[in-house]
Write a protein that binds this ligand. Structure first.
Ligand SMILES: [Zn+2]
Length: 90
């Protein structure tokens, strides 16, 4: 199983079977909530994938300081859970 297949499997495990992953060297890693799509620059960036997946699982804006910030406590809890679940044995 390659990295992309593993990431698709993880989407499904987290109830996001209808999401897609776009590998695009010209774009930054990003989570497109309304389009149900995660964009990554390269396939081999599992930590960034989990970062964006946490956004998909905690999509609400969490205002922190100036403007909208999406890395608040709800996102951080999701990200921590994902790291423990999927990166613990590495
Ligand atoms: Zn982020």
């Amino acid at each position: 199983m390659n990295d992309l297949q593993r990431m698709m499997e993880i989407l499904t495990e987290n109830g996001l079977a209808d999401w897609t992953i776009n590998i695009d060297p010209k774009s930054q890693a990003y989570c497109w909530i309304s389009q149900k799509k995660i964009t990554l620059q390269i396939e081999d960036c599992f930590g960034l994938f989990l970062h964006e997946l946490a956004h998909a699982l905690a999509p609400e804006p969490e205002p922190l300081g100036k403007g909208q910030h999406f890395h608040g406590g709800h996102w951080a809890d999701k990200f921590t859970d994902l790291v423990i679940r999927y990166m613990a044995e590495k």
